[in-house]
Design a protein around this ligand. Sequence first.
Ligand code: BMA
Length: 909
Amino acid sequence: MLSGPQCPKCQCRLLLLLLLAVAAPGNSRPYSASFSLAGSWFLRSQDGSLEVEGQVPGCVHSALFQHGVIQDPYYRFNDLNYSWISLDNWTYSKEFRIPFDFSKLQKISLIFEGVDTVVEVLLNNVTIGKTDNMFTRYTFDITKEIRELNIIKLHFQSAVLYAAQQSQAHREYRILPECPEPVQKGVCHVNFIRKEQCSFSWDWGPSFPTQGIWKDVRIVAYDICHLDDFTFTPTYVNSSREWNLKIEAYFDVVSSKPFGGQVTVSIPGLQTHQIYDIELYPGKSMISLLLNINKNTTVETWWPNGHGNQTGYNMAVTFKLEGGYHIKKLAKVYFRTVELIEAPIAGSSGLSFYFKINGLPIFIKGSNWIPADSFQDRVTSDLLRLLLQSVVDANMNTLRVWGGGVYEQDEFYEICDELGLMIWQDFMFACALYPTDQAFVDSVRAEVVHQIRRLKSHPSIIIWSGNNENEAALAENWFSVPSSKRQIYFRDYVTLYVKNIREIVLAEDQTRPYITSSPTNGAESISEGWISRKPYDTHFGDVHFYDYESDCWNWKVFPKARFVSEYGYQSWPSFSTLEKVSSAEDWSYNSSFSLHRQHHKNGNTEMLNQAAIHFKLPQNSDPLIMFKNTLYLTQVMQAQCVKTETEFYRRSQSEVIDGEGHTMGALYWQLNDIWQAPSWASLEYGGKWKMLHYFAQQFFSPLLPVGFEDDGIFYIYGVSDLHLDYMMTLTVSSLASWLKKAERQKEQEVRVHQWSSLEPVCSRRTEFLVVKAGQATPLYKEPVMELLKRCGQCMRQSCVISFDLTAGSEFSSPTNHHFLSSLKDAVGLEKAQITAKITQQGDVYSFELKTTAVAPFVWLDVGNIAGRFSDNGFLLTEKRKTILFYPWKSTSITKLEKSLHLISLADIY
Ligand code: BMA
């Protein structure tokens, strides 16, 4: 099992990892050198009964799995079977040689980019430091301990045991909640440890409190100085109409005397070139430069997805220090501004809560991001790209990196910069109270400083937010704090999120807003002493909203809030995803496996109850078909619920009714999954799209007609994220010639279909005039009774309305529809015979569908073949329809034909 650090192959790899910094011309030795200790390490359990080689970055679970000591930790009940791994205290060790001559270099540091979590670090049997925060970078001075041949050891303490110990030591008062709900099958006191909070279990995730070195670790040796951090943040100066770029460089200076140098900053694409004289002082020394971008060039700004390009400019920064030492940094700089507008709204009490990017108000549409795996070493670049591309493909412009996970890896933010995804970045605190003793606060301070410096150069990040739901937890007393003790917890809250985190954000980054919590009332919470009496007030800030019992087709249950940063419904992942981690005995809705994977109390029942409001529940004598159809129905329910809710928020952006409205954000809970289990996610573990994700692609479309009923009247609003107003007019017969005359004229068509016929029973083009840019415009209004009468044979139960917006051949909205009754009452809905003919067109596969009848929620599933369809879960009203399949890995027609499973709603009865 052991292929230890001594193995010759590993030593070669070490040498290859050697990085030498730029040596000054004519200088006999490099002033700085570094090499990574990533790669193969040796792992040992506390009593020595298990010894195994493991990779860094990585964790104990991954090492044990890779060496066959354990099965897939996600298989069946293994999260419980393997709880011993997290309760053990592991040691990581490695022998290494320094592959360069370090004897003359002044300082040698050991830098951990991320250690998970509680560790005593020994070098050559001398303790050189301790760690207790997985979100901080640790730098240890090892100048005295380093030899040519070294042994490094990391003695881990079980995170679970450490958290319990910390809680015991905190005698004055309890930090609540002490344990997760039993249904989460987790471990206690996660709020006492600065570690991924959901790793002790969550209502969608397992308990895997990992131990390991989860980021790079390296040795850096240097003379004179070392550049620890390098940041750059653009600002736009309104008065002079110019862009400035603030560049900050943080040095560790080992020279005993101050010394000078020059910095050259060059952005060729903006014809900007500037040289600065600098002076560095012994110790930690920071240099701040303000670069004025050449006013005679046009700076192309960075825009969110759907609003423009993500133009970036290459920048080179060269530090030429006395003695001829050079340090060169290359980076991509993006220019954009962000403002969070909290201002009075006409006709409403309270304040607005919306974002302006580059001065333009932007409706925030997207979802919430959680860690993509319990084992971060499995979150590869490919996986990140796949998930984030799916975000863009679903027409989202924003993700909220939720506070119970991790500050994501650099590549995550780089991809978001490239794709135009805005990030709402929480600090990593969630659904709990936290201690504020000095050691804890100091650890948080170091974490926050480190993360801001690491991340603030990314244009994608548009806001910092102190925590997830902790203001609400206090305001609504979730943890039953006795009233005599409330002030203590209030004080702790202010200490952590205001006096520490907020202060640091204000000092470190003046280029984006900070809010103390989500949800919060923003300025109103501040005026109430940071904890509002009613953080879910629809007149202020953001809200989170969950209601599983009320009928989700009834938009009146949803809050007409300023901004909704969480809302959602659960569903089950597809069978192909579950199959990988279960066995035949698990394949029923009430199996112990199905109960085990459900971490939200009564979640499985809630899903069926919600589905039963509008759908008949599946019936089949074959238990496997019954199980698969139930999984499908939960996805139908979820997709339809989140669609109704999101459309309500989007159409509420331009109106204020009874003081409520002006809704400028909709981020549903949640984008992705951490494992294969029922959850609120729209992407399954591994990235497969659930029906909700296909629906999101439509309901987040830049141009969307939204239909709804109020008091027996059917309305359509035209929701537009476009930057121009578009004219609409009624065209009856001469659409083509009319469109030629006025390019920007648009039209809207309302069609009514009978379940029993593939031909629309009636169709009408309206004559509303303008779909306003960046607004939701009322376009159409007709009493349902009149509409039914007009359409002859229609009753609510027998007909469905579909509608779309088009601007001639230029572009069109997706076709949207409105059900006039529950589908369990539908009259004339037949079992459609749908066939698919698959052909290949280059890298894409075409599925030509033919149907015998109108079919709602048509679902194409190709099992484990990775990829996505152009559309899915749709209402099929045409006899023929072509759907494309975009594979993520190479596949073939034969494989697709073999895997294809096609189903629509009537098939499950
Ligand atoms: C919110 C989130 C998560 C949770 C979700 C679903 O509270 O912040 O904590 O997973 O709801 O319950």
